[in-house]
Ligand binder design. Structure first.
Ligand code: DAH
Length: 355
């Protein structure tokens, strides 16, 4: 312990503390009052107690300074306490209660569908696919004809397709104007614009005249894929899409291909992955089958290639199309597609934190 010195200039640290009293909050103020003026451990109290043992001269000068400081502290503590009290009363009168727990701030996050699209595009980018896009308003030729739909195909019915109330586009590639019913017309635009070799993924919106229900939305996302080059075979299709499924879901994800039909591919298939919810044992989400369908695919029909001026003898290709809304539902076990459209933060917040 150092001997207390009795030089009035040694009081400067206490004077500095005095200057800060006016900024203390209620709890700090109470603590500071005890630390300075407390009857047992108070610093000024301790100094006052040394006075009687001092020489008369020192006692007079130092005692006066300490007493003055003590009064200044008392006045400052009282003034600060009164100010805090007045502020608290004013808040209470205004109905503000600072002791109420605060509201959490919303922290934004990517929508699960946006995240799924970004991940899928990135996985194909690693394989050399680039992103292509196209217009959402298309002519019948791009949306159907060039894709080898026969002229009377039922999908062209008013029932499925939303036609726009604008004049028909004349010419070979024209026809009625519609909201594209799938992203496949961008296959046509890509082949016409850049020809083979092409490797593209096409994220975008597609529209159908479907009422909203648990598994349908009138506007939904798709990701289309197209690879056309010399020597591409069904082996490339299976290897590419199997790789995608194992990267996107899990390394041990099983896949299977079932024969299917699309006008623009031959042969056509649908790819299933082992159910992500039950691991293949069978549950409500996979309707007990243990499998979930995630995409349609196939070898590009030679008619599609020749409709785009591509030599179908020399070039082959594969294509695929999937629905990110559906895939997000499978991955996160979301039972109703409408949850992905409603923007309800109570729901989205559960999926917002990344994986
Ligand atoms: N266009 C199809 C649909 O909307 C999806 C699709 C299936 C796209 C097979 C493809 C494909 O490119 O090869 O249902």
């Amino acid at each position: 312990m150092t001997e207390p010195r009795h030089d009035p200039s040694d009081l400067s640290p206490l004077r500095a503390r005095l200057a800060r009293v006016g900024a203390l909050d209620a709890a700090a103020l109470a603590a500071e009052r005890i630390a300075v003026l407390g009857r047992k451990g108070g610093e000024l109290t301790a100094l006052l107690r040394t006075l009687p043992s001092l020489e008369a001269d020192a006692r007079r000068a130092f005692g006066a300074a300490v007493n003055e400081l003590k009064q200044a502290f008392e006045a400052a503590f009282d003034a600060r306490a009164a100010a805090l009290d007045a502020a608290r009363r004013a808040r209470e009168a205004a109905g503000i209660d600072l002791t109420m727990p605060g509201r959490g701030r919303w922290i934004g996050a990517e929508h699960p569908v946006t995240r799924v699209i970004a991940e899928i595009v990135e996985l194909f980018r690693e394989l050399g696919f680039v992103v292509a896009t196209g217009p959402e308003a298309e002519t019948e030729w791009y949306n159907f004809g060039a894709l080898n739909f026969p002229a009377d195909h039922p999908a062209m019915d008013m029932h499925d397709t939303l036609y726009l109330d604008v004049p028909e586009v004349p010419g070979d590639r024209g026809g009625r104007v519609l909201l594209r019913t799938h992203t496949s017309p961008v296959q046509i635009r890509t082949l016409l614009e850049s020809g083979p070799p092409v490797r593209v993924v096409i994220p975008g919106l597609a529209y159908r005249n479907d009422p909203f229900d648990a598994s349908h939305a009138p506007a939904f996302t798709q990701i289309e894929g197209l690879a056309v080059d010399e020597g591409i075979s069904f082996v490339d299709l299976k290897a590419t899409l199997g790789h995608f499924a194992r990267r996107f879901f899990a390394a041990d994800t099983r896949v299977r291909f079932r024969p299917s039909f699309f006008p623009f591919t031959e042969p056509s298939a649908e790819m299933d992955v082992g159910c992500q919810i039950c691991g293949g044992r069978g549950c409500a989400a996979c309707k007990g089958t243990g499998w979930m369908e995630i995409l349609g695919c196939g070898m590009v029909h030679p008619n599609v290639l020749s409709n785009c001026g591509v030599d179908a003898e020399r070039f082959t290709g594969f294509a695929f199309g999937m629905g990110p809304h559906r895939i997000a539902m499978l991955r996160y076990g979301i039972p109703d597609i409408r949850l992905l459209y409603e923007g309800d933060m109570r729901f989205l917040g559960q999926l917002g934190g990344g994986r």
